[in-house]
Design a protein. Sequence first.
Length: 428
Amino acid sequence: MSTPLRLGIAGLGTVGTGVVRIVRQKAEILARRAGRSVTISAVSARTRDRDRGVSLSGYAWEDDPVALARRDDVDVFVELMGGSDGPAKAATEAAIATGKDVVTANKAMLAHHGQALALAAEEAGRVIRFEAAVAGGIPVVKTLTEGLAANEITRVMGVMNGTCNYILTRMEATGQGYNALFEEADKLGYLEADPNLDVGGVDAGHKLALLAAIAFGCQVDFEGVTLEGIQDITLDDIHRAADMGYRIKLLGVAQMTGRGLEQRMSPCLVPAASPLGQLEGGTNMVVLEGDQVEQIVLRGPGAGMGPTASAVMADVMDIARGSRISTFGQPAAHLDTCARAGTATPAPYYLRMALRDKPGALAKVATCLGEAGVSIDRMRQYRHEDTTAPVLIVTHKTNGDALDTALAGIRRLDVLAADPVALRIEAV
C-alpha cells in the first residue's frame, strides 16, 4: 500500500472533533477506499486541555496553526478554525507556500479571499477543497465541479442556512413570533457568535457566492450578493403567504443574465407544494439547473458534527486518491470578473399592507401600482374589527425599480396604517 496521507488539523471544535473521530474509528474503510491510509500527524486549537470526548494521544500539538501548517510531517492542512482573516488565512497561506494541499470548511475566508488563495494554490501546484463550507453534508460542490461539468448552469438556488429555516418553520408550526424563536434557536446552539451572520443572511450569502463562482466560471464576488435577512418577517406574513399557497424561505438565487451576474439572498415566497416549500427545520436544500439535466434537487443536513465532518473527509479522500480539481472547477487564472446585474430579474411580488379603513383607500393603492407599471394578479382583503384593513396583493411579474417606484408613491398617500411589506415570489 502507498504511503499514508498525513493530516494536520487546525480547529478542534464540533467539526474538527468529528474529523478526528472518523479518522480514528474508520481507519480500515478509509484505507480500502483511498488505496492508502489516512492518518493525523498534528493538531492545533485555542485550548489544549479541554475534554473533547475523543483521544488526541499520538498527535503532536501546535499552539500556533501557522506552525502546524508548516510541519514537514503534514501533507494536507485541514483548516476548521473559521474567520475570514486572522489565523485561518495566515495558516492557509503558509500551508500553500510550503507545498501542502488544503481542506477547509471556511466559507467566509473563501468568499472574501478565494480568488487570491486559489491563484496561490494553482501556482504552487496545490489544491484547495471546500465541500464542508457549503450546505454541510450535501455534496453540492462535488456535484457542480464533477457531476454537472458538462452542463451550462442556468440557475443555482437554495435554502443554505438551517437556522433561518428552523426559525421560519417553527414560527408557522407554533404560532410564536420571530423574537421567541430566535431565543429558542440561541438556546439550542444554532446561532453563530454573531447572530447576524445567520439571520442577516451573511452566512448563506458566503455560500451562494462560492457556488456562483463554480457555476458561472467567475471570480468569487461576495460584495455583489444582495443581502436581506429574516428579522422583519412576521407571523402575519407567514400566515398570509400560506393563505395564498406559499411559504417563506431565506432563499439564495444566482443566475447569469444579459445584464450580468445576479446574486440574491433574501426572504422569498415559494410554492408550498414545491420541494423548497416542503423543507422543514434545519435542513438545507440546493437546486441546480443545467441545460442538459434540467433540474437537480439536493437535500440534507446543513450543519452538525457528522454531516460537516463527512464533507471534510470527502475532500480528504479525493486528495488521497490523487484527484486534483481546481478550487472553483477550472483554473483560477481563467476565471472572469463578472459584471453585476444591478437589478433583479422580473418576478411576481407579494405585498402586504395595512390600510386605513376609509373609502377609496384601496383604489388609491391600485392607482399607484398601475401608474408605476405594476399590474395586480390577485388581491385579498381580510375581515377586520378595528380601523385598519389588512390587504394582500400578488402582482404579475415586475422589475424591482417599478415596484420601488410604486411603493414610494403608496407611502406618500394618506391611506397606510403601517409600512408595506414586499417579498419576491420565486419560481421553483
